[in-house]
Write a protein that binds this ligand. Structure first.
Ligand SMILES: [Zn+2]
Length: 204
């Protein structure tokens, strides 16, 4: 069964006061993107990888120039290092006003249309919606097929589940239920650590 790619489409706050250096926006941008990479939706709370600021229209795109300032807040995307590294200077339409032509190019991750590009497989893989060539292009260029993204998705879900079990354990007085929950708790914790370990190996 397919699931939605992400629950929330991020929004950049309006009228962000201009800062001289774009890096000064990191904490507000991080909040606006709900602590997630705009492109792959990986959460930054697991502290496995560092996150950074991506310029949606690259600062030095291949084949043309533009005058969007590097510190223009509304061109910035909170991004994981994987997606940021893959996007680099790509802007295939070579037109600053055209982000894509329906087949190649990008969509600003703060647009609803970006959320609609993808779905999640049962195991958390990022899959292009229906037959969107643009979704296929973006998935290929940003390497959204990398196993790390499905792993991060699984880790987050498992983390939520462990939290829920912990809450139940804290509140229940039923000893039979408590014993069952404890079993589940250790089972999921073990699974969680195994996935976490595989993520670390991949990063070496
Ligand atoms: Zn990412």
């Amino acid at each position: 069964m397919m699931q939605s790619f992400r629950d929330i489409t991020p929004i950049r706050r309006p009228n962000r006061r201009e800062c001289k250096h774009y890096y000064s926006y990191l904490s507000t941008l991080r909040e606006d993107f709900n602590y997630r990479c705009g492109y792959c939706n990986d959460h930054d709370g697991l502290r496995i990888r560092s996150f950074t600021i991506d310029h949606f229209v690259p600062q030095n795109p291949e084949g043309f120039a533009h005058n969007i300032k590097p510190n223009y807040y509304y061109n910035l995307v909170y991004a994981c290092r994987y997606c940021n590294a893959e996007k680099r200077n790509k802007w295939p339409t070579k037109d600053v006003n055209v982000s894509h032509d329906g087949t190649i190019g990008f969509i600003d991750p703060t647009e609803e249309d970006y959320t609609k590009l993808f779905r999640r497989s049962k195991s958390g893989k990022i899959i292009p919606s229906e037959d969107s060539n643009l979704a296929k292009y973006i998935r290929k260029e940003l390497k959204l097929w990398l196993p790390i993204h499905a792993l991060m998705w699984k880790l987050e879900r498992m983390n939520n589940l462990i939290d829920q079990i912990e809450n139940e354990l804290r509140t229940t007085n039923d000893q039979v239920l408590k014993a069952q929950l404890e079993q589940l708790y250790f089972l999921y914790l073990k699974k969680y650590r195994n996935i976490q370990k595989s993520v670390f190996i991949e990063n070496e």
